[in-house]
Design a protein around this ligand. Sequence first.
Ligand SMILES: Nc1nc2c(ncn2[C@@H]2O[C@H](COP(=O)(O)OP(=O)(O)OP(=O)(O)O)[C@@H](O)[C@H]2O)c(=O)[nH]1
Ligand SMILES: [Mg+2]
Length: 197
Amino acid sequence: MAGPLALRFVSSYPDARQMPDTAAEIALVGRSNVGKSSLLNALAQRKQLARTSKTPGATRLINAFELGTEGSGRWLVDLPGYGYAKASKAEQARWSSMAEGYLAHRAPLRGVLHLIDGEIGPTGGDLQTVAWLDGLDLPVTYVATKIDKVRPSRRGARKAELASKLGTDRGAVQWTSAAKGTGIAELRALVSALLHA
Ligand SMILES: Nc1nc2c(ncn2[C@@H]2O[C@H](COP(=O)(O)OP(=O)(O)OP(=O)(O)O)[C@@H](O)[C@H]2O)c(=O)[nH]1
Ligand SMILES: [Mg+2]
């Protein structure tokens, strides 16, 4: 099974147009508080590589992390989340344009991991993002987060329900818990394969 990914923080960018050329990138996309930064930390088995918080809006810039040896140019990119209701309209608009500008125009981008909260299922904002991403020519993998918060007796039904709301089949959703380590080895293998393809 895949061990921890060797990830190093490279830099934060307010605008994708300021990012240098790289060999390949994969981005973490999802609602604010869904667990993007926690998942990145779990992939690397590092507690504070990416900043996490109980309060949504922890990630406010495009944060780049490099995989493997320094200068490999293979990046995992942590994006600000969408749908944080308490942020001002102006702030929300700024974060969205930051993430959307990156996703729509970033040449080295090879694919997206779209995180969906496994406990609460896809929100309206998640489904809007699904539709928006569908318009881009990018492979999207759905990752359900926080499986530890779903009672074991409910997991089967929840998996079927979440996949059906996303309009995909059950096997297409990668279920994870950054807290408990569930599904993390599989995701490490996937990220590594996507960045080396
Ligand atoms: N129980 C549980 N909690 C989790 C898990 N993953 C993340 N969390 C919690 O969810 C909250 C948000 O996590 P973050 O990783 O900061 O979320 P984010 O998607 O990066 O949020 P933004 O940076 O605001 O977009 C934190 O309180 C985490 O501890 C998980 O697998 N299980
Ligand atoms: Mg974050």
